[in-house]
Design a binder for this molecule. Sequence first.
Ligand code: ZN
Length: 243
Amino acid sequence: MKVRRATTDVFLVEGVASNWVLVRDGHDLTLIDAGYPKDIEDVVASVEQIGHRIEDVRGVLITHAHIDHVGAIPALLRRHTVPTFAGERELPMLVGERHEQATTWDVVSRCWRPRVARWAVTIARAGAQTHVSVPETQALQSDSALDLPGAPRSVPCPGHTSGHTAYMLPDAGVVVTGDALITGHPIVARTGPQLLPAFFGHDSAQAFASLDALAELDVDTVLPGHGPIWRGSLRSAVDEARS
Ligand SMILES: [Zn+2]
């Protein structure tokens, strides 16, 4: 786990195979996503590394219901009960009624590629096969600012999943893009702003179209679900992802 400072009060944490974000406002924190199930100790350690305790987390925002982003949330809630929020169309996946995730076969059938094989071993160790639900999650309301540290605003960007949501932190000039826009992934050689390989996503045409919502945001820092921090205009990030 590595904690990267994006701005004074916003941190991107790189877990074993996905990222999460900590947003600070005084004593309080917002957590956005939470890695794989076995990332729980790293989630706690990342909070401590920036000088806080897990009890300082006031709420958890979910970009989407995939195991690499919600995996550690149930264990976190057992230690410290806080509200969790996600896009309304993610809720059926968070109660386990519906799935929009690459299957084991999607991964195994690509394991002839060394990059995929190495990554598959890493995520299996991280608990990728676990079924996780977060049934208490509340649906995000419209696009008004949430009453959480950093005053995050939700930005719907469906495609990777039906209710995928990015979160804009207006004061910090940051957008947390989840898997709607990433900047690198262990299974691809390309670096820089990009979309995930299509087999991960639910609707790639919609994911491509959703980049418009991100391109309009007046921020200069991207914190993705996979890959490093990226700085520059969102318009140029989106143009690069589409190229
Ligand atoms: Zn992901």
